[in-house]
Design a protein around this ligand. Structure first.
Ligand code: 6MZ
Length: 342
């Protein structure tokens, strides 16, 4: 029996579907970018290893979002740092045994570096494909473009336009993310409708905080018929039934993020993964969210799942393979994954 439980989670081929690009940059990589800029006299920022000391993962929702707006975005603010960090993120996922990666990012203009939002998306896609080639095709990656909850409708429509523009180059869908205490999601209905009409896939941050879990918000989001939902924490029973009835909807669950950021009450064993993973209908996919901040690579998320929920080897492998059904890439990619996943 003990033998049966033994699984090398790093070698196990894995799918990552909920990884924010900027939040996935390792502290070491941020430090290297800072060193280059410091040597060139291009930054007054403090060393990332001081701002985000190694081993510190207890960011909650009030300290987490400012980390980006007031620090990381000021460090990763030009084409070279964007390329270096994107390639490093892809490489880190590959080294952790990820064979299919959907990164997501919020298109961000970098005016001082002469990059507009389209330039940003093009640079990220180029860095991803450069790294894919360097990795000799073990990992395939796609990109999701994020709308931020603080966006205006026009800004959201711009994200959809970019997703359409770059669809042939690796963009597969759109996301709605950002500080859950901000914004009114109903504003984005026309944007999400446009995305769906264009055949783009849709994933939405769903009920990740009480502030973003009102009945009105959740029913607006469900009315969009999203392909996947992220986090899925503060969900009333009626909405749970609605989700369960949506056969094949993907649920991107992020254990370490939710525990470290105190988004759930209690620790790992209290995580709603335990409630959802064996429900017939939705497809649960364990994901990292922001491995650069919360420090738990995908292999460790699976280890935590085994430790706290006592899944058997076959249940783990079956769940990992089930994720193939809800990736946003095409059938050829699904077929490749069915070949290589255990
Ligand atoms: C608790 N988990 C989360 N909930 C909501 N939004 C999140 C998030 N983690 C990250 N982001 C969103 O992703 C951006 C960073 O990556 P990109 O610059 O887009 O690549 C953050 O600024 C935030 O808007």
């Amino acid at each position: 029996m003990a033998q049966e439980l033994k699984l090398d989670f790093k070698s196990m081929p894995k799918i990552e579907l909920h990884a924010h690009l900027t939040g996935s940059i390792s502290r070491q990589c941020l430090h290297e970018i800072w060193e280059i800029k410091k040597a060139a006299g291009e930054t007054d920022l403090e060393d990332p290893l001081v701002v985000m000391p190694p081993g510190r993962h207890d960011y909650d929702l009030t300290t987490f979002f400012p980390l980006f707006s007031s620090y990381i975005y000021n460090l990763v603010n030009d084409a070279p740092s964007l390329e270096l960090s994107t390639r490093s993120v892809v490489r880190d996922f590959a080294a952790d045994g990820v064979v299919y990666l959907e990164l997501r990012t919020t298109p961000r203009a970098m005016p001082t570096a002469g990059l507009d939002k389209a330039g940003y998306v093009a640079a990220v896609l180029q860095a991803i494909s450069g790294e894919e080639q360097a990795l000799a095709q073990t990992l395939h990656a796609r990109l999701i473009l994020s709308i931020d909850r603080r966006n205006t409708l026009d800004e959201a429509l711009e994200v959809i336009a970019l997703a359409k523009e770059f669809r042939d180059k690796g963009v597969v869908g759109v996301d709605l993310c950002g500080d859950p205490t901000k914004g009114d999601v109903a504003l984005f209905t026309p944007a999400i409708k446009q995305a769906k009409a264009a055949g783009l896939k849709v994933t939405i941050h769903f009920a990740e905080a009480e502030a973003s879990a009102s009945e009105a918000e959740l029913s607006t989001i469900m009315s969009w018929v999203p392909d996947r939902l992220g986090h899925v924490i503060h969900v009333p029973e009626t909405v749970k039934r609605h989700i369960t009835a949506r056969k094949g909807i993907g649920l991107e669950l992020c254990l370490s993020c939710n525990v470290h950021a105190k988004m759930i009450v209690g620790s790992f064993e209290a995580h709603h993964f335990g409630e959802w993973w064996c429900v017939d209908g939705p497809v649960v996919v364990p994901c990292t969210d922001d491995v650069g901040v919360f420090g738990s690579p995908l292999s460790n998320e699976w280890r935590l799942i085994q430790e706290h929920f006592k899944l058997r080897r076959e249940e783990i492998l079956g769940l990992a393979r089930k994720g193939i059904e809800v990736i946003f890439a095409d059938d050829a990619e699904k077929a490749r994954l069915r070949e290589i996943m255990w």
